[in-house]
Write a protein that binds this ligand. Structure first.
Ligand SMILES: C[S@@+](CC[C@H](N)C(=O)[O-])C[C@H]1O[C@@H](n2cnc3c(N)ncnc32)[C@H](O)[C@@H]1O
Length: 320
């Protein structure tokens, strides 16, 4: 065991400071590797992409520093325990934010503690996922004013990637106040600049089930740890609100691949009836998510590293 975990031998031999030094060195090396990968990925963007490399690097270094502080994780654990942990699943917790539909007596969905697991996604992974979707991303974001929205935006990584790479109007929605505040602080510290007309990132603290995504061209669901009922409610909401051609990126995709187009659901097809011919944009059986009457078709699947796995699957879906 001590051979498998770097530093464990030092701990067993009663040298915790040596273990701490090794962990710090491993994290520093990982950060430098992530920054180098980010620079390579950004250098490969098509000419004319309004990428702001210095601001991206500043954001990644600051977020990495913050996520390594003990105080960051202590505040995160305390907020989750206070708002979602005291009453157990089904009881919900105190707090000003409310979820619609399927909530308990306080109006909130009964979120579990696992629903709030912390993780982060490197820039090079994010860009690889968008590149896998090819022209569909450009088409989805082509209309002026289209938003890029991250549901479950944590401390803002994925939102800042979009704003600082493509100049997209980028918005994050995060239910935990401590993570939301970190995102706002880090974004405010970034060097000013950007081409004329490029939009800043913005952050909203609240339940994603209360968010309006009807103006979004691209929605990224940070759903790898979400409770199944949240993932299902989010997918149904996307099916109702997104415009045709809008894209969703999911770390799971399970809920998106089965959600029915609202017009089909309203016609009673969900509860056993045959889906109507012609619904679903004619994309019958595209990938694993384009069955008749489905709201989404799958356009890409890609595996790439994240903080908790070497080959996390990402799935990209398009609203039919
Ligand atoms: C695993 S984290 C996202 C990390 C992200 N994948 C990344 O790599 O940066 C999932 C986030 O969803 C947030 N979340 C969970 N339920 C939510 C809800 N109902 N509304 C908004 N955010 C929510 C959690 O607090 C958490 O920050």
């Amino acid at each position: 065991m001590a051979e498998d975990l770097p530093g464990l031998e030092a701990l067993e031999e009663g040298c915790p400071s040596e273990l701490a030094a090794r962990v710090r060195a491993a994290r520093a090396a990982k950060l430098e590797a992530d920054v180098a990968a980010m620079q390579r990925a950004a250098a490969g963007l098509p000419p004319g992409t309004p990428v702001r490399c210095a601001a991206l690097e500043a954001a990644v270094r600051e977020l990495a520093a913050r996520e390594q502080r003990l105080g960051f994780h202590a505040r995160l654990a305390a907020e989750v325990a206070e708002r979602f942990g005291t009453c157990g699943a089904g009881e919900g917790a105190a707090g000003a934010m409310r979820s619609p539909n399927g909530g308990n007596s306080t109006g909130q969905l009964p979120y579990s503690l696992d629903n709030f697991a912390y993780g982060s996604t490197p820039y090079a992974t994010w860009l690889k996922v968008l590149s896998a979707a090819g022209d569909a991303v450009e088409a989805a974001m082509a209309t002026a004013g289209r938003e890029y929205v991250v549901w479950g935006s944590s401390c803002g990584w994925l939102v800042l990637y979009g704003a600082l790479t493509y100049g997209w109007r980028s918005r994050g929605v995060e239910i935990l106040a401590c993570l939301h505040e970190t995102a706002v602080q880090v974004a405010a510290q970034l060097p000013a600049g950007g081409p004329p007309g490029s939009a800043a990132a913005s952050f909203r603290c609240g339940d994603l089930l209360l968010d309006d995504v009807s103006g979004a061209g691209l929605v990224l669901l940070a759903d790898q740890c979400w409770d199944p009922q949240l993932a299902a409610a989010a997918a149904a909401k996307l099916g109702r609100e997104l415009l045709q051609g809008a894209l969703c990126v999911s770390y799971s995709g399970a809920a998106l691949e089965t959600v029915m187009a609202p017009e089909v659901a309203e016609a009673g097809s969900v509860s056993g009836g045959e889906p109507r011919e012609g619904m679903g944009g004619g994309a019958d059986e595209v990938g694993s998510g384009g069955g008749k009457g489905r709201a989404f078709e799958e356009v890409a699947v890609v595996r790439a590293p994240v903080s908790w796995a070497e080959a996390q699957p990402f799935r990209v879906f398009r609203r039919l």
